[in-house]
Design a protein around this ligand. Sequence first.
Ligand code: PXG
Length: 289
Amino acid sequence: MKIYFNGKLVPKEEAAVSVFDHGLLYGDGVFEGIRFYGGRVFRLDEHIDRLYLSARAIALDIPMNPDEMARAVVETIRANDLTDGYVRLVVTRGEGSLGLSPRSCPKPTIFIIASTITLYPDEMYQNGLKLVTCATRRIAHGALSPMVKSLNYLNNIMAKIEAEQAGAGEGLMLNEQGYVAECTGDNVFVIKNGAITTPPISAGALAGVTRAVVFEMARELGIPIREENITRYDIYTADECFLTGTAAELIPAVVLDSRPINDGKPGPITVRLTKRFRELTATTGTAIN
Ligand code: PXG
């Protein structure tokens, strides 16, 4: 396996981050998770754009431009002879001294891993997964913007532990006001009377790349879609519910807090969107070769 590490493609064993790296010491950094299908990187530019926005938000200056970064992603995939898989792109504050200040970190650490990822068994894509509401609230905008895809995932990890302990496939996270924000690594959508609703970004959702694809697909298929605050009640009483994420892709959610959502089976609009999503991932994207 070859890893892109600070400008070079090196064997995995040589791609080692310093114990003084602030990404490790403080979770100070940003990342992206990107998928590629059939030799094409899906929504590469959108992921790169979000990476640079996350970096700007934490005052991290990435020492290469977005085009160079996009090329580095493609080169890393190519160097590993992969056609289908998953990329983890990480930019940390870099190596520095002990102490929070990023001023001791002159050079960000940049690495790119091209590998594979499987979050859920096939059975869950067919039959849907169970959700449980987590006691851990989504981080507030005033603490750290939930729009920043940072290396600080403890908030989500605490929620993920709760979901696993409850035997659920994913954990539903609410914001401080009690409105639905998102799941631990996915955006959430409900369908009622033929219309799709998802929480606004201001509710504490990440501006998901897959979420944006759902808006495009809905418009193309003539399905009404809107961003509006929702509560657990709206999921309990929904006709359909599904989650989106680069790793999860589009997956039906059929139970919340032991209450079956409608008949507890994936609904027709979810199935239609999933089919269109598969077409898009199979036919669009930045060519690797
Ligand atoms: N919310 C959060 C908090 C996320 O971390 C999403 C929503 C979905 O966004 P995208 O842009 O991917 O549609 C994410 C992304 C993992 C993993 O290892 C998680 C994500 C992405 C890649 C891998 O579980 N979450």
